[in-house]
Design a protein around this ligand. Structure first.
Ligand code: NDP
Length: 332
């Protein structure tokens, strides 16, 4: 991590690909941990919030200048000093954006992959974004057949799983995204109403749909305001993300916030890691067979090469990514 960005991260400045530090794979001390070869890295919107001055409060610590940035990743154990992990195991956890890493094992999960899915799947629909959608939908939606849900950033790894879970629960689904390709994907997964929010018609579309019972918010800002303007009585707002403010430092003013009171709305803010203790075992039991059978669809955009991390971070913030962004670092 080389420089705190003022607005959007700048490839080649915010993070740099530094080849000056080497690890001797045979001799590096493990201190009771494991040596991992990194295979795939997930690039996610929240990473922008860690690119901030350390004194600014947030739910995860700021990245440290001069150190590797970290994110969810899949690695293969090369050497181990912990009996629970053996060479050849594939592990999931928060990993450094590096080719190799010495790791303590406290947050590493061994992936069994009984369903023989590509490893990158465990970073998207079966990883942190998938858990976010599954766990918070179960915890907060109180979904009832016949209701209407609106999901912003509906083609992304979080939004696209929410739309499919909502459809399985018998809801009418509305999804927004910023490109035709993303609208096509939302149609493919069975979304009833898909629209491009960049055309400025969010309020009209939600009014035409006769309002919404649930809003899954991935973007915040004026989209949240439009959702508030059209919320039914006793609506549920699941406040997952506010990407429209991540690169500006500000959110647009929201005159319809008063509807939280007027419509007795329930807004759920959450951090997925706080739901894991309750839902993680169920998630790994229920989701992989649905993904393997094709009943749950998902999409990935895999970019080869660790040196591309900076470009992909920017693409995810701007919406230039076509699907769940993964960096492929090495084959196993
Ligand atoms: P996506 O892959 O969908 O990427 C985010 C997308 O947001 C971009 O591709 C872009 O798509 C869209 N976007 C960017 N800027 C704006 C804007 N100004 N207005 C509207 N849309 C915009 O992301 P994920 O599915 O991984 O994550 C979705 C949200 O969930 C994020 O906000 C993330 O921070 C949050 N999250 C929260 C978690 C939690 O525990 N609370 C855990 C995981 C994710 P386009 O503009 O083309 O539609």
């Amino acid at each position: 991590f080389n420089q705190i960005p003022e607005k959007y991260p700048v490839p080649g400045q915010t993070v740099i690909y530094d080849t000056s530090k080497k690890i001797d794979l045979d001799t590096v001390p493990l201190h009771g941990g494991v040596l991992i070869k990194i295979l795939d890295l997930s690039i996610d919107p929240y990473m922008r919030s860690r690119m901030r001055p350390p004194e600014v409060r947030s739910y995860l610590p700021a990245f440290e200048l001069g150190k590797s940035i970290v994110g969810f990743g899949i690695g293969m154990v090369i050497r181990s000093e912990n009996a629970k992990y053996k060479a050849g195991d594939h592990v999931y956890g928060i990993l450094e954006c590096q080719h190799y890493s010495v790791h303590d094992t406290s947050d590493l999960r061994v992936l069994e992959n009984k369903h023989k899915l590509p490893w990158s799947t465990y970073l998207g629909v079966l990883g942190m974004p998938g858990k976010t959608a599954y766990m918070a939908w179960k915890e907060f939606s109180d979904a009832k057949k016949g209701e209407t849900v609106f999901v912003s950033a509906g083609a992304g790894p979080v939004g696209s799983l929410v739309l499919q879970l909502a459809k399985m629960d018998g809801l009418t689904t509305i999804g927004s995204a910023g490109s035709q390709e993303k609208l096509d994907f939302m149609k493919e997964i069975g979304t009833d109403v898909c629209f491009n929010y960049k055309e400025g018609n969010t309020l009209k579309i939600l009014r035409d749909a006769k309002g919404i019972d649930i809003y899954w918010d991935n973007v915040g800002g004026e989209t949240l305001d439009h959702a508030l303007a059209t919320a039914h009585l006793n609506g549920r707002f699941i406040e997952c993300g506010m990407i429209s403010g991540y690169n500006t430092g500000l959110n647009a003013p929201m005159p319809n916030l008063i509807q939280i009171i007027a419509q007795s709305l329930t807004l759920h803010g959450f951090i997925v890691t706080r739901l894991e203790a309750k839902y993680e075992e169920e998630f790994y039991k229920v989701l992989p067979p649905l993904v393997e059978s094709g009943k749950i669809k998902h999409k990935e955009e895999i970019t080869n090469g660790l040196e591309k991390v900076g470009d992909v971070i920017l693409a995810v913030q701007k919406g230039d990514n076509k699907a769940k962004a993964v960096i492929h670092v090495a084959d196993d």
